[in-house]
Design a binder for this molecule. Structure first.
Ligand code: ADP
Ligand code: MG
Length: 626
């Protein structure tokens, strides 16, 4: 019998595919099972349009059977089968998908979509088999044919006999090599787990003969093996079910079955879209941050299915980084199955789905904020930081999406508030949105710099995350109100009564301040009369873009460029300590040096900055005590 050659380009594609398209060999089974499922879909479709045929769901199934002695794995289906021509055309030419042609000819409408549209899936069989034999009997014919191939060389085709309509695909599994174990594809438990993993939601039963052991009837301590046909897949996926059929418990059960997290999800989102692109999704917002969330082990992404068949465990392209905490699955009829990671990135459908999902998550979070504030705050405690990173990254490209989801602790409300709430409360004379940075709310509360703003009755937002100030810099303003640090040089507050007086004081004490600046040399940029201090003797403020909190963060970075804030030492001239400074300046220069250093170091401590020389600082205190 003459051997038919594969078409030239088919040969090349075949070799390329065997070696590269699929990262995991085990997906060959997914491909063959989905072809079988397609074939049953086709007969189902024919039955719907042809009065002569009836579709009895129970007689349609897929069967997977391994024979270890012969090293064969057989995938049987009761689908539509293939004619001789179809065997030649569909299996002989790669990238000419029979399913696609069928779809065109029959103008399939919604609900009758067929997974394979790409036309290379079948060849995945050669990743694990030396010889592939296809025995098929098509619907409406008495003739059956046997197609056989050993890979790139070509194939043979000859008449054969087969009892029932459908197709058997018989793989002669390769011998083990030094690096590769092929035996596993003949093992019951391994096959079963591959089916569960990739094909759990195929609409037709996938059967296997499962061997188990049981105690013998008369002798309880002796066991015997018995074989029983079992359906391996669970068939109807939860995301295909109607929302009204499902309870919160169902969603929670699915969340834990899928091991999305050990917590209970805070919120689930069940999406079913039936427009230009069709997909279903179940998404979850977890309650707790996964322990590895900020480690490099954490991988964002959603499970991706093409019409019930798993394509990818973590499809990262479906989620923006700022929503990387979202878990769940997406299933679309409009995606082709045989698609590699690289190709997926450019897939138009996938991009549409991603965009859609992104919008949906955002609006769900907004609803949560509006209607279930407590839950939102729980969420925000776990993942608020991620949203702030989102505002900051990509040069602020996503700030509009995210700014209304941000919350900060408020000095007046004593709880988390949104920017919108802050702005809506601002008195008319308040020009800026004020914030103060520090390690904890308790520490910020005691910062001397907050005194004037707080005295004015203005609300202050407390920034305790490293990212906060950077994110706010990227926002620049909210509802046309600019952000302002309480430590910045100019607070934008009219000092009604003592504006004039601080200027004269500045002049009067010019020389004292100049001497103090000399003592501190390059540690600070300037010494000034403070307009913001009320009860504290001293504090640090900054001129320019970089604040003290930003300096701290930047200096923690691995590529630390030693960026410094322009620090200003502010002196409260109404504090009794100021009198001592003046006395020292007139009478005892050594004492002035001592006091200046002490005040500077105090200011550092209040800011949470390290003191350069702690020993000298304690010596200074001792000197003063003597
Ligand atoms: P695709 O599934 O993307 O079309 P494949 O390489 O997986 O590409 O399969 C090629 C074609 O072979 C299918 O489109 C289908 O026409 C035919 N085919 C494969 N397996 C079967 C089967 N079990 N029953 C009927 N036809 C099949
Ligand atoms: Mg296919």
């Amino acid at each position: 019998m003459a051997k038919m050659e594969f078409q030239a380009e088919s040969k090349r594609i075949l070799e390329m595919m065997i070696n590269s398209i699929y990262t995991h060999r085990e997906v060959f089974l997914r491909e063959l099972i989905s072809n079988a499922s397609d074939a049953i879909d086709k007969i189902y479709y024919k039955a719907l349009t042809d009065d002569m045929l009836s579709f009895d769901k129970d007689s349609y199934y897929i069967k997977v059977k391994a024979n270890q002695e012969n090293r064969t794995l057989t995938i049987t289906d009761t689908g539509i089968g293939m004619t001789k021509e179809e065997l030649e055309n569909n299996l002989g030419i790669i990238a000419k998908s029979g399913s696609l042609a069928f779809k065109r000819e029959n103008e399939l409408k919604d609900g009758f979509d067929i997974i394979g549209q790409f036309g290379v899936g079948f060849y995945a069989a050669f990743m694990v088999a030396d010889v592939v034999t296809v025995i098929s009997k098509p619907l409406g014919s008495e003739e059956a044919y046997k197609w056989e191939s050993e890979g790139a060389d070509g194939y043979t085709i000859e008449p054969t006999t087969k009892d029932s309509v459908g197709t058997d695909i018989i793989l002669k599994i390769k011998e083990n090599t030094e690096d590769e174990n092929y035996d596993e594809y003949l093992e019951e438990s391994r096959l079963r787990s591959i089916i569960k993993k990739y094909s759990d939601f195929i609409r037709y039963p996938i059967k296997m003969d499962i061997t188990s052991s049981r105690p013998k009837q008369d002798k309880e301590d002796e066991f015997e093996d018995y074989t029983e046909e079992q359906t391996i897949n669970s068939m109807v996926p939860i995301w295909r079910k109607n929302k009204s059929e499902l309870t919160d418990e169902d969603y929670e059960k699915f969340y834990s079955e899928k091991r999305y997290g050990f917590d209970k999800p805070l919120k689930h989102i069940h999406i079913s879209v039936d427009g230009t692109i069709r997909y279903q999704a179940i998404l979850y917002i977890p309650e707790k941050m996964p322990f590895d969330y900020y480690s490099k082990e954490y991988e964002k992404g959603l499970e991706l299915y093409a019409n019930g068949i798993l394509i990818m465990n973590k499809c990262a392209d479906l989620l923006p980084d700022y929503f990387s905490f979202v878990k769940g699955i997406v299933d679309s009829e409009d995606l082709s199955l045989n698609i590699s990671r690289e190709m997926l990135q450019h897939d138009r459908q996938l991009k549409l789905i991603a965009k859609n999902i992104n919008k949906k998550i955002k609006s769900e979070l907004q609803n949560l904020l509006k209607n279930e504030r407590e839950k939102y705050e729980l969420f925000y405690q776990a993942f608020g930081r991620q949203l702030k990173y989102g505002v900051y990254s990509d040069f602020g490209a996503n700030k509009d999406v995210l700014q209304d989801l941000l919350m900060f602790y408020s000095s007046t409300e004593k709880k988390l508030v949104t920017l919108d709430e802050y702005v809506s409360r601002m008195p008319e004379d308040q020009k800026f949105i004020y914030y103060a940075s520090g390690e904890t709310n308790a520490r910020i509360e005691k910062l001397p710099q907050t005194e004037l703003v707080a005295d004015k009755g203005y609300e202050i937002l407390y920034f305790t995350d490293e990212i906060d100030e950077f994110a706010i810099r990227m926002l620049m303003n909210y509802k046309e109100k600019e952000f302002k640090s309480v430590s910045s040089g100019d607070l934008g507050i009219e000092e009604d009564e003592n504006k004039g007086s601080s200027e004269t004081e500045e002049k009067e004490n010019k020389e004292l301040f100049a001497t103090m600046k000399d003592i501190l040399s390059d540690k600070i940029k300037d010494v000034r009369v403070s307009k913001r201090l009320k009860t504290h003797p001293v504090c640090l403020s900054t001129d320019g873009e970089v604040t003290i909190e930003m300096e701290k963060v930047l200096n923690m970075m691995p590529d630390n460029q030693n960026i410094k804030a322009d620090k200003v030492l502010e002196i409260n001239t109404h504090h009794e300590v100021f009198q001592s400074l003046k006395d020292a300046y007139e009478n005892d220069k050594e004492k002035l040096r001592l006091f200046t250093n002490l005040l500077y170091n105090q200011a550092l401590l209040i800011e949470g900055l390290p003191i350069q020389d702690p020993v000298e600082f304690t010596n200074d205190i001792c000197k003063m005590m003597k």
